[in-house]
Write a protein that binds this ligand. Structure first.
Ligand SMILES: [Zn+2]
Length: 484
């Protein structure tokens, strides 16, 4: 070790499956509503009955084109559905209808910010496919040896988004995923809910000595159902591969599952190659020819996307790029911010409170801003109380925590807790006198020129007033009193 230690870099590519929010399935008219009774949303097409024929849902194609345009992809004028053959009980036809040689969109990119620099992550392809059903394994003692199949999800439309091998760290992977999810949500074509499985991610990971061009052998990671899990699984897997390499062994190409409870990845099976799936064009579906005019229509209908919104925030609100990046990361966050600024036109103050204390609380509870117990009106009310001097900035920090926990209006909490700032000079003077009487030695030293002690007295006065004294008044009055 030591001198001949090799430095490795990870190479990561991500495959994301996003469920499109169409009302009906991709090849039949069945409803896509989530959480209905098992097998109530099925028909001969999505359960693969002989003689039934699929017909493509126009809305699915429109949504997929939207995503292609929003990620700067080239939309193929011609694309083709293909059968991906494999056996699994949740797949009634014995094949999944997907796309292979002729995907819908190719050669796009998504921009993330790495160390203050913009970095492009290539999008190799975006294609449409149908989701499989869902297996439920016996949940009660009586049914423990059974597995059940729910076909409600079979045929729900998906887009698969394949990134280039451009990602170099778990954090970059997280940033890319958040950006992609943001785009899907801005477009209103996917809820992006990882826990409910409407936004799923598999990762291809390998390592190579820094400076080497060739890729190492990769493993594929599955079963990560939150952003945190993706980052943790990648961290673990990179360390594991480095340990294998340093042991002088070879990384085995395989699929590995992320085990949430143990925090490790576990070998599941050898990785399939494309030829294992025996892809071929689906003879039941006609090739799609996508009209240039339709693409232009869709392009015109695109909403303001995260990057555009970010640039506008920088211009309009004069906030730093870092703030703007975070505040536009989800549509809900951007809406929250703009609502606050509309009510309290001090954009940087709003940004500071949102990005600091509010996001910290949300992160701790793994909540999104649309589940935040503090609404924009309440946050603004608190900002106004600081501005008017009703409360100090220090109290405001405790107040925001309390607002978050209780969902109460700040005015009510401040009244109930007696947190109103002390601006009464007499009261502050009393606290100062007490602080001086209690510390005669320090008073003497201060008067002899040890001016550093000023901070000590401020602290004492704040202690006396439980942090409620107006700091400006404390400073003014303390200076006078200490002079004697
Ligand atoms: Zn159906």
């Amino acid at each position: 070790m030591g001198a001949n230690l090799v430095e490795y870099e990870p190479v990561i590519g991500l495959e994301v499956h996003a469920q499109l929010e169409t009302r009906s399935k991709i090849f039949c008219g069945c409803s896509t509503t989530f959480g209905e009774q098992p097998n109530t949303q099925t028909c001969p097409v999505c359960t693969g009955q002989p003689g039934s024929l699929p017909v493509v849902n126009r809305k699915t194609v429109e949504f997929a084109i939207k995503l292609g345009l929003a990620t700067s992809c080239r939309i193929a004028p011609f694309c083709l559905f293909a059968r991906k053959n494999y056996f699994y009980p949740d797949l009634p036809k014995g094949y999944q209808i997907s796309m292979y040689e002729y995907p819908l969109a190719e050669e796009g990119f998504i921009e993330i910010v790495v160390n203050g620099q913009k970095k492009r992550i290539q999008i190799i392809r975006i294609h449409m496919e149908e989701d499989a059903g869902k297996l439920k394994h016996g949940e009660t003692p009586e049914t423990e040896s059974f597995s059940y199949v729910d076909f409600n999800r079979t045929g729900v439309p998906l887009v698969e988004i394949v990134s280039g091998p451009d990602i170099r760290s778990p954090e970059e992977a997280g940033d890319y995923l958040r950006k992609l999810r943001g785009i899907l949500q801005y477009l209103e074509i996917c809820t992006g809910d990882m826990e409910k499985g409407t936004f799923r991610c598999d990762a291809n990971v390998s390592i190579r000595p820094k400076g080497q061009k060739e890729f190492g052998t990769r493993t594929e990671l599955k079963n990560m159902n939150s952003f945190r899990h993706v980052e943790k699984a990648l961290e673990y897997e990179i360390k594991r591969q480095i340990a294998v390499a340093e042991d002088g062994k070879d990384v085995v190409q395989e699929t590995r599952l992320w085990d949430v409870d143990q925090g490790v990845t576990i070998s599941m099976r050898g990785k399939e190659e494309a030829h294992d799936y025996r892809y071929f064009p689906d003879p039941d579906l006609v090739p799609l020819r996508i009209d240039e005019k339709w693409i232009e229509e869709i392009r015109k209908s695109l909403p303001e996307l995260p990057d555009e919104k970010k640039e506008r925030f920088i211009r309009q609100y004069e906030i730093p790029e870092y703030d703007a990046e975070i505040l536009t990361s989800t549509k809900a966050m951007a809406t929250y911010y703009e609502e606050c600024v509309r009510l309290f036109p001090e954009p940087k103050t709003v940004s500071n409170w949102m990005m600091g204390d509010l996001l910290r609380e949300l992160k701790r509870n793994e909540r999104e801003i649309d589940q935040c117990p503090v609404n924009p009106q309440h946050l603004v009310e608190m900002l106004e109380m600081i501005k008017e001097g009703t409360i100090s900035g220090k109290i405001a920090k405790d107040l925001l925590g309390e607002m978050y926990r209780t969902g109460e209006r700040p005015g009510k909490i401040v009244r109930d807790k007696g947190w109103v700032q002390i601006v009464d000079e007499g009261e502050i003077e009393k606290a100062i006198e007490k602080a001086m009487e209690g510390n005669p030695k320090q008073v003497e030293d201060y008067r002899k020129g040890k001016e550093k002690l000023f901070g000590f007295f401020v602290g004492e006065v704040m202690k006396q007033t439980k942090g409620k004294a107006n700091p400006k008044l404390v400073n003014e009055l303390l200076k006078k009193k200490l002079k004697g």
